[in-house]
Design a protein around this ligand. Structure first.
Ligand SMILES: C[S@@+](CC[C@H](N)C(=O)[O-])C[C@H]1O[C@@H](n2cnc3c(N)ncnc32)[C@H](O)[C@@H]1O
Length: 268
């Protein structure tokens, strides 16, 4: 399946925007810190509103970072944020990871955070990442892996809500469980010196992730018609959403999300 049949299932709404705005370079670029030397030329694929990208720009100055995203609205937000932060070494361009708007071997580093789990053809995307890297250049790709979550206190409806969320992502062509396969995909794309890495992120407050999950389920009937597809009855869906909302009000609950990354070198 290629990009023309893929649907970015998170969507761009105030809730998803608030979710992405919590991210920072020191927390979410953890897997790439060793490769952010001042002066390198860096590409950020699927940069979204640019929160992480701007911190990457600070780390590699006077080098330049270019953020690419297929959504023009995200690019506009990222450009405005760069202007507000007075960062002239952060540029943003619309574009797809399947056809990056650059010549070959233009970058020393390619970074991507929370994009590959939404892709229908991650191998094609990884090959495109390799194409724009110079020989000896380094790529770092990171995604969640939804097989690794620790959610407390659990309940059958909460588990069912999470499974439904994953099914929605799969129906858009994505793979919520791709994290563990990233290193293998890198090797298949021709990278060498490939290393897998992983860490957990604990969401605080729980509403940070609970709002995202319940929102995704709530907008699903409008976007994907999952009730019409008979994946779930309308009243069952409403019960799942209530379960997520009740869970996120529990004191001392936990949602630990597994983030998996792979680092690799383009041998040329
Ligand atoms: C979950 S957001 C991650 C944003 C940012 N990297 C972060 O971690 O906060 C994924 C972003 O990838 C973009 N995207 C989805 N499919 C894409 C594709 N095929 N090519 C480029 N960008 C894509 C979406 O528009 C969205 O902004």
């Amino acid at each position: 399946m290629a990009s023309n049949t893929e649907q970015y299932s998170l969507g761009h709404t105030p809730t998803t925007h608030a979710f992405l705005h919590r991210r920072r370079g020191d927390t979410h670029a953890w897997f790439f810190h060793d490769h952010l030397q001042p002066g390198v030329r860096l590409l950020d694929c699927g940069c979204g509103p640019g929160n992480i990208t701007l911190d990457l720009a600070r780390a590699i100055a006077p080098g330049e970072v270019i953020g690419v995203d297929q959504d023009a609205g995200q690019i506009a937000l990222a450009r405005a944020a760069a202007q507000r932060a007075n960062l002239s070494n952060a540029q943003f361009r619309p574009g797809s990871i399947y056809a990056l708007p650059f010549a070959g071997a233009e970058f020393d580093r390619v970074f991507s955070h929370a994009l590959f789990e939404h892709l229908a053809d991650p191998l094609a995307a990884m090959k495109e990442v390799k194409r724009v890297l110079r020989p000896g250049g380094i790529a770092g790709i990171c995604t969640p892996d939804w097989r690794g979550f620790i959610v407390e206190p659990s309940s059958p409806d909460l588990v069912a809500a999470i499974e439904l969320y994953k099914r929605i992502q799969r129906s858009g062509g994505g793979n919520p469980d791709i994290g563990g396969a990233l290193a293998t995909i890198m090797v298949e794309a021709g990278f060498t010196q490939v290393h897998p890495l992983a860490r957990y992120e604990c969401y605080e407050p729980l509403s940070a992730i609970g709002d995202l999950v319940s929102h995704r389920l709530e907008i699903a009937p409008a976007n994907d018609d999952i009730v019409a597809k008979q994946w779930v009855r309308a009243e069952t869906l409403a019960r799942y959403v209530r379960a997520v909302r009740a869970w996120q009000r529990v004191p001392h609950g936990m949602w630990a999300q597994a983030w998996v990354a792979a680092i690799g070198v383009n041998p040329g």
